[in-house]
Every structure is written in structure tokens, then in C-alpha cells.
Design a protein around this ligand. Structure first.
Ligand SMILES: Nc1ncnc2c1ncn2[C@@H]1O[C@H](COP(=O)(O)OP(=O)(O)OP(=O)(O)O)[C@@H](O)[C@H]1O
Ligand SMILES: [Mg+2]
Length: 400
């Protein structure tokens, strides 16, 4: 507990007397004979308590008191007032004095008042420190709560994602069984239908109606066959054993080449940013080409009358990142979690298998895929594959 006291009084005899009494009691005392001098001393001496005379020429006790309370909130003040001047006492207490004592005073009274005020000050300072500590702790708790909330949210999202992927995998497995059976059962009669239609076409070479009907039959047979092939491709589980890599950027180039006519026809602007370091991934070239065919096919479907197709590929540490983006119609928020489901489609001619194939292949390479999109603002697909050094300085490989 600080024992530093400052006495401010214009009467030198009072200053001397106070100093003697207080120093005798173990206080460290400094004195000032005017308000101005007192305020100057306050900053450097930093007392716990000021004994302040009310009646002083030039700057009176009230003015000094107000300045002290304004600037030094932890300096307590006892005002020395004239006898019988109760209104002054009320006034100084209102202005922040901790106590007042009437002149002339007994040294015993003075010491008692000082001790009391210092005791109260000590308790209030401890309280203040505890309040500060409590506020700090509350802030820390608040911060940790927020952090915890964020972590819980993040884990929930991861869990949801894992659940969704599990459901998708189960659906794919079911589709796989179905597809194998269906393909077997349907393809044979389908083949017969196609052969018969072709026979009819040959027989009735000059009959325009028959030609048109059989053409329709063959087109529809073709459509069913495509659906069956996509279904099989979506559910196919390949157990890859060898890890000889295929060059990722070459696959992308090849797919872009296949789409080049369509890109030109639809007046699509290409925004390519492909890191030309040879990046190998341990999937079959046909599978990876299928991934980019499906992604770019979807993007182009969305940009029938012009737009920008972006394809970016870069290697970062031990990952290869690929981005395929378009400026088409985008995806409704509710659909974002459904688009990788087999059978999910919003297109009249779609089968909803394209992205299931993409997901299956990416997963089989231990990769990840995520989508960002807003309706009317296009869609961005981000793929990541883990890399592994194979041979040569720059050759990197994704192992499945
Ligand atoms: N780039 C894209 N922009 C907007 N929507 C997209 C995009 N890619 C996919 N989608 C949405 O996801 C759905 C599923 O896509 P997916 O490729 O799996 O099937 P599909 O294109 O409908 O049919 P298909 O089996 O013929 O590819 C689409 O119907 C569409 O709603
Ligand atoms: Mg598609």
C-alpha cells in the first residue's frame, strides 16, 4: 500500500506541521504552497493521497481538486476546509473528494482520516484490478468460445461432407450392381432393335417414311446406349495396381482440342493458365480425359452464347491444383450439395452421371474436388491431387 502523501496549502506553518506529524507516522511527504506547484509535483511524485487546502489565493482548492480528479483518477483527496462551512464540504465531496476535515484539526483525527481513506483506496484499487482481470478473462472466454464455435462448425461441415461422400459412394455401388445387370439385359435386345432397324433401312431404301422412322429408332437406341455407357462408367470401380503416370497437362490439352470446334462455334473466350511442368498422375489417361471432358462439357453447356472458359493448373508443394471455371448460369445454392449425386440433373437431356464419374475418378486418385458457384455468376470447380516425385527433376506423379 503506497504511503506517499502530498500536502497543498498556502500556509507554511500548516505544511510544516502536517509534514512533521505524517513523516513521524512513516509516510513519505512532499509539500506545495500553491495549487499550481501542487499539480506540477503530482505528476512526478505520484502520491496516493493529497491533503488539499480549500482556501488558497489564485487557484483555489476546488479548481485543483477538479483537475486532480480529471487527470489522476487513482489519487485520492482529503480537503481541508474552514470550520462551520458545511456547504463547502458537500460541494467538495460531490466534486470527488474522499473526505474533508475542518481546520483546526487534531493530529489524531487527521491520521485517522488519512488511514481510512488510504484503506478505502487500497480496497478500491484491488477491486479495480480484479475487475480488469475479470474483464480480461471474460474477453478470453468469449474469444475461446468463438474459436470453439468455429471449430465445431468446421468439424460439422467436414462430417457433413464425409457423410455426403459416403452416401454418394453407396449410391454409386448400388448403381454399379444395377448398371452391370441392366447393361447385360438391355444391350442384347437393344442390339437386336438396332440391327432390325438397319435391315429395314436397307430393305426400304426408297421409302422416305420408313427411312425417317428407322432413323428415329436408331437415334433413340443410340441415346439409350449412351445412357448405359455413362451409367457403367459412373459406377465402375477400377482397382489400379500400377502407378505409371500420365501427363495431366497433356490430357487437358487433348480434351480442349476435342472441344475446339464447339468452343469456336459458341464464341467462347479461353483463359488458360497451365503450368507446363510435366505433372503426372497415376490414373488412366482415359479416366482423366473423361474428368475434363465432363467438366468442360458442363461448362460449355452453360455458355451457349459466348462466355469465358478458364482452366488453370499449378503445382504447389506436394499438390497439383486444377481449376475449371465458366461464366455460365451457375448453380442454385440448394443444388450445390446434390450435383455429384448420380442421377442428379437439371438438364432435359442430361443423365446426371457426368459429375459422379468426375468424383469417382478424383477420389480414386486420392484427390479432392469442390465447387463454388452462384446463380448467374458461373461455376468454379477446384480439383487437387497429391503429388509424388517419380523421376527427373521436375517430374511429379499423383499416386492412387
Ligand atoms: N458448370 C456448370 N454450371 C452450372 N451447372 C452445372 C455445371 N456443372 C454441373 N452443373 C449442374 O450439375 C448437374 C449435374 O451435372 P452432371 O454433369 O453430373 O450431369 P448432367 O450434365 O446434367 O448430365 P450428363 O450425365 O449428361 O453429364 C447439372 O445438371 C447442372 O445442374
Ligand atoms: Mg454433364
Amino acid at each position: 500500500m503506497s504511503k506517499k502523501l502530498l500536502v497543498i496549502d498556502d500556509e507554511r506553518s500548516v505544511l510544516k506541521l502536517c509534514q512533521t506529524i505524517l513523516e513521524h507516522k512513516g509516510y513519505t511527504v512532499q509539500t506545495a504552497s500553491s495549487g499550481e506547484e501542487g499539480l506540477r509535483l503530482l505528476a512526478e511524485f505520484a502520491p496516493a493521497l493529497v491533503l488539499l487546502d480549500y482556501m488558497m489565493p489564485e487557484m483555489d482548492g476546488m479548481q485543483v481538486l477538479k483537475q486532480i480528479k480529471n487527470i489522476y483518477t487513482d489519487v485520492y483527496v482529503i480537503v481541508l476546509t474552514g470550520v462551520g462551512n458545511e456547504s463547502v464540504a458537500v460541494e467538495v465531496m460531490k466534486a470527488g473528494a474522499s473526505d474533508y476535515i475542518s481546520k483546526p484539526f487534531k493530529s489524531k483525527d487527521l491520521l485517522e482520516r488519512i488511514e481510512n481513506v488510504l484503506h478505502v483506496r487500497h480496497i478500491e484499487m484491488v477491486n479495480q484490478r480484479l475487475r480488469c482481470e475479470r474483464d480480461g478473462l471474460q474477453q478470453e472466454i468469449h474469444h475461446w468460445n468463438k474459436e470453439l464455435e468455429l471449430r465445431v462448425q468446421e468439424k460439422s461441415r467436414e462430417l457433413e461432407q464425409a457423410n455426403r461422400e459416403m452416401v454418394q459412394a453407396e449410391k454409386l455401388a448400388t448403381v454399379g450392381h444395377l448398371a452391370a445387370g441392366m447393361a447385360h439385359e438391355i444391350r442384347n435386345p437393344l442390339n437386336s432393335i438396332a440391327l432390325t432397324a438397319q435391315l429395314l433401312q436397307a430393305e426400304c431404301e426408297h421409302d422416305a417414311d420408313v427411312q425417317s422412322y428407322t432413323q428415329n429408332i436408331l437415334a433413340e437406341v443410340g441415346r439409350v446406349d449412351t445412357i448405359l455407357r455413362k451409367l457403367l462408367s459412373a459406377s465402375e470401380q477400377k482397382n489400379r495396381t500400377e502407378t505409371s503416370g500420365i501427363c495431366l497437362s497433356s490430357c487437358i490439352d487433348k480434351v480442349l482440342e476435342l472441344f475446339s470446334e464447339q468452343i469456336k462455334f459458341q464464341k467462347i473466350k479461353l483463359n488458360l493458365n497451365i503450368q507446363r511442368t510435366p505433372v503426372y498422375i497415376a490414373a488412366g489417361a482415359d479416366e482423366i480425359e473423361q474428368v475434363f471432358t465432363n467438366l468442360i462439357g458442363n461448362a460449355l453447356f452453360e455458355m451457349k452464347d459466348s462466355g469465358t472458359l478458364s482452366v488453370n493448373l499449378r503445382v504447389e508443394n506436394d499438390r497439383v491444383m486444377v481449376h475449371v471455371g465458366d461464366t455460365g448460369g451457375g448453380i442454385e445454392e440448394d443444388n450445390l450439395v446434390k450435383i455429384f449425386d448420380p442421377f442428379f440433373t437439371t438438364r432435359s437431356s442430361g443423365t446426371g452421371f457426368g459429375l459422379s464419374v468426375v468424383l469417382r475418378v478424383v477420389k480414386s486418385c486420392n484427390g479432392t474436388i469442390r465447387v463454388e458457384s452462384e446463380p448467374g455468376r458461373g461455376a468454379d470447380f477446384y480439383l487437387e491431387f497429391p503429388l509424388e516425385q517419380i523421376s527427373g527433376e521436375h517430374a511429379v506423379c499423383v499416386r492412387s
